[in-house]
Design a protein around this ligand. Structure first.
Ligand code: BES
Ligand code: MN
Ligand code: MN
Length: 462
């Protein structure tokens, strides 16, 4: 049998071609116009697992199919659940892409396409590593269970149902996820914390049709005025969110963690310049890394209403809408925050306006224990794949199902990000470094080996 290193070297082009094939499928989960493509991506994944010799099936629970694949059990060795998602964010604005989002292009050592880093490229590293180990050793040193879903970008409701109804099937000692980032180029990381999320759409309805703002202005409540007043009341000028009780359950940052964040090589000026802004702001009393990783936040994601065309138009619009989301930290509860938010907005809603508040999705945040033999195993594997030992970080994004895995499976969670902060996730010209793709595959191949050395005894020690 060929040697693993040699195999990884020889198959570089094939591994890239496989990724490109998957990236060509526009599996946008948020938009029903792409439903067939979402199904096609799921089928591609299942077929791919089968060609590696794993059993694979599509689990249909109403939304996008969940792809489930597994290798044979290995007695006395940990079971590893690998989670990832094959769905992607919508590609717009299309005119800002240098090459079309679903025509993957190699550029400057990267593969550029929607889904390149989030999450097709990162997720596939674990599939390709399984392929490499199977081809060179004939078997995997641990049982792998892959659960690759198609609704991560819109709330993971099917997988959440599967977890409630078939938790036994997903039973594992450790969950491995590559759907986040390295700390910086050349500095890999293990992410031990993610933020949760609570996402809302607020719709305000005023007069039954647009009105002349001269004839009626000042005497009839304007829904866009009402919307901006209501939204502005949600946060003060110190960056403190004003929803009653919002901070009640916030897990405070320990001094040890604050020191650890402060010790990371983070250059604020470089960060500012890279974003093309002239400064940053946020909750008073916290550093930029603390604000992004370990403090809650509020962002209005989109706002609409009234005249947006050329020139001026003097109207009182008949309606206004906003989509906004809170990032949450442990131990905030998205439902409790939703209820408090609703009461607050109803209170603020002025006469002449009917309001609708829709809660779109919610998930809790996560902080994983650093004292786990699986963490040590992952650190060793990363060192072998990336040639440098990882730093331990938290990140500000959310993977809605992660806190549910943690709770329902009583498993440790390893968040091993191969991406970079400037990969343009959810934005035009999304990319993933091909060097990191191959390093990720290599680290992953070593990971199966390192995890196999973690025995029930050492697990119990932690
Ligand atoms: N891969 C991201 C999550 C992520 C981003 C983790 C950056 C760490 C750093 C994931 O695909 C994502 O975008 N999640 C959404 C969830 C939401 C739509 C419910 C998010 O964080 O906005
Ligand atoms: Mn993702
Ligand atoms: Mn995403």
């Amino acid at each position: 049998m060929p040697d693993l290193q040699q195999y990884l070297q020889d198959r570089r082009a094939q591994f890239e071609d496989d990724l490109i094939e998957l990236l060509r499928i526009p599996s946008v989960s948020a938009d029903s116009a792409y439903r067939d493509d979402v199904a096609r991506a799921a089928q591609w994944m299942a077929d791919h697992f089968r060609t590696l010799g794993l059993t694979a099936e599509l689990i249909e629970l109403g939304g996008a199919p969940i792809v489930y694949a597994e290798s044979p059990p290995v007695p006395d060795r940990p079971t590893v659940l690998v989670y990832g998602h094959y769905d992607v964010q919508p590609p717009d604005p299309l005119d800002e892409w240098l090459t079309p989002p679903f025509e993957p292009t190699r550029r400057d050592g990267n593969i550029v396409a929607r889904g390149a880093t989030d999450d097709k490229g990162q997720m596939l590293t674990h599939v390709k590593s399984a392929q490499a180990v199977l081809a060179t050793a004939g078997e995997l040193p641990v049982q792998l269970k892959f659960v690759i879903e198609g609704e991560e970008e819109c709330g993971s409701s099917a997988l959440s149902q599967m977890l409630r109804e078939q938790a036994d099937r997903l039973a594992a000692d450790v969950v491995v996820i590559s759907d986040c980032s390295q700390f910086a180029r050349g500095q890999p990381a293990i992410t031990y914390g993610l933020r949760g999320i609570a996402y809302f759409e607020l719709r305000l309805f005023g007069p039954k049709q647009d009105l002349h703002s001269g004839t009626f202005g000042g005497g009839v409540t304007n829904p866009v005025n009402a919307l901006v007043q209501m939204l502005a009341a949600l946060i003060d000028d110190q960056g403190r969110i004003q929803v009653p009780g919002f901070y009640d359950d916030v897990a405070t940052l320990t001094d040890r963690e604050r020191r650890q964040f402060a010790g990371l090589p983070f250059n604020e000026q470089a960060f500012i310049e890279k974003l093309g802004v002239d400064g940053v702001s946020g909750e008073a009393g916290y550093s930029t890394l603390e604000r992004r990783w370990a403090r809650p936040s509020l962002d209005i994601n989109g706002i609409g209403g009234g005249y947006q065309g050329e020139g001026g138009k003097t109207i009182i619009p008949s309606r206004a809408t906003a989509k906004f989301s809170f990032r949450l930290v442990p131990d905030q509860d998205p439902e409790k925050i939703g209820a408090s938010l609703r009461a607050m907005l109803e209170e603020l809603c002025p006469p002449g306006i009917r309001m609708e508040l829709e809660s779109m999705h919610g998930a809790g945040g996560l902080v994983a224990s650093l004292d786990s033999p699986f963490m040590d195993a992952a650190a060793k594997a990363i060192e072998q794949g990336f040639g440098r030992s990882p730093v331990f970080i938290r990140e500000g994004g959310s993977i809605p199902i992660v806190s549910e895995f943690h709770a329902a499976l009583d498993a440790d969670v390893l968040l091993l990000g191969w991406g970079l902060d400037d990969d343009n996730t959810h934005s035009p010209n999304e990319k993933f470094s091909l060097a990191d793709y191959h390093r990720g595959i290599k680290a992953s191949a070593y990971l199966w080996h390192e995890l196999s050395k973690v025995t029930a005894d050492s697990e119990g020690d932690s």
